[in-house]
Write a protein that binds this ligand. Structure first.
Ligand SMILES: [Zn+2]
Length: 288
């Protein structure tokens, strides 16, 4: 189900970041994903269905590198404008799910509306459509942004990196928006230097002691921050978890331990999900 208010990283601990990339897949998506995995960082790629359809191998390869795939609509429209013009906003979600659905890790599909355009009317129309809303969480917003503007102005990745660091010096944590592709124009896609930006930004962030969380490990993200004030790690549900859970972490990750578990109802049955600690980040994984 979708929240009426946008979801940002306001509940994240200081010095933690969640890297997100929009508008892919594009020509540099795989290189960005490989670079981040080699750095032990796992990001979230909000993909547009039309681009995923034209590069059908990329979503699975990005997932196999340990990253999370999210839904960024099919055609990348302004959803408020589309709805007010009588357009079908729900099919923007469901058509994209058909393309990326097999590549989403876990039972939740995170959704980010193009341009962050969102209001209560869009939320209620989507929530009235079970196929577009069941198992979906959004709208995922961001705290730090602007790479697209630098590429539009043909400014350097270093200038862009310094701007991101400036934003971080005041905010100190949050969801970072970057673009691995551009849905707006071919010119902007050709001018995109986000791969270079990532290569400049990551070592500086590491040097300043920032930690990286994948989107699904942000405290309270699935409830839009409803657990504000609680522990950063959701409390374990100790009702009746399996005595010896068999966890299958991502093949690229080393499982260091289990931090908690919770029960979820899926198709009427209870499934246990465990918060896994790995070398690089925490994520929820289903019991095998
Ligand atoms: Zn976008």
């Amino acid at each position: 189900m979708y929240q009426e208010q946008v979801i940002s990283g306001s509940l994240m601990e200081d010095r933690t970041l969640c890297l997100t990339f929009d508008d892919g897949p594009g020509p540099h998506t795989l290189e960005i994903a490989e670079y981040l995995t080699n750095q032990g960082i796992f990001a979230t790629f909000f993909m547009a269905g039309k681009f995923a359809s034209s590069l059908p191998d990329i979503p699975a390869r990005v997932r196999d590198l340990g990253h999370l795939i999210g839904n960024h609509t099919y055609d990348h429209p302004d959803l408020i404008g589309l709805l007010s013009g009588g357009g079908d906003v729900a099919s923007q979600i469901t058509r994209t799910d058909l393309v990326i659905g097999n590549c989403v890790d876990g039972s939740t599909t995170y959704f980010r509306p193009p341009y962050g355009r969102w209001n209560v009317d869009v939320a209620s129309v989507l929530n009235a459509n079970p196929a577009a809303s069941f198992g979906h969480v959004g709208p995922i917003h961001w705290d730090i942004e602007n790479d697209w503007w630098f590429w539009q102005q043909h400014l350097s990745p270093r200038d862009c990196m310094e701007n991101y660091m400036q934003q971080l010096s005041t905010k100190g944590r949050g969801i970072v928006l970057m673009h691995d592709n551009s849905a707006d124009s071919c010119d902007q896609r050709d001018a995109n230097r986000t791969l270079d930006l990532a290569r400049l930004l990551v070592p500086v962030l590491r040097g300043q002691g920032f930690r990286f969380l994948r989107l699904d490990a942000i405290p309270g993200i699935d409830t839009g921050g409803a657990n504000e004030g609680q522990s950063p790690i959701p409390p374990a549900d100790l009702t009746r978890p399996p005595a010896s859970p068999r966890i299958q972490p991502h093949p690229n990750l080393v499982l260091l331990g289990l931090l908690g578990c919770r029960a979820e109802t899926i198709d009427g049955a209870t499934a246990w999900r465990y918060l896994c600690e790995t070398e690089s980040y925490q994520h929820w994984s289903f019991c095998a």
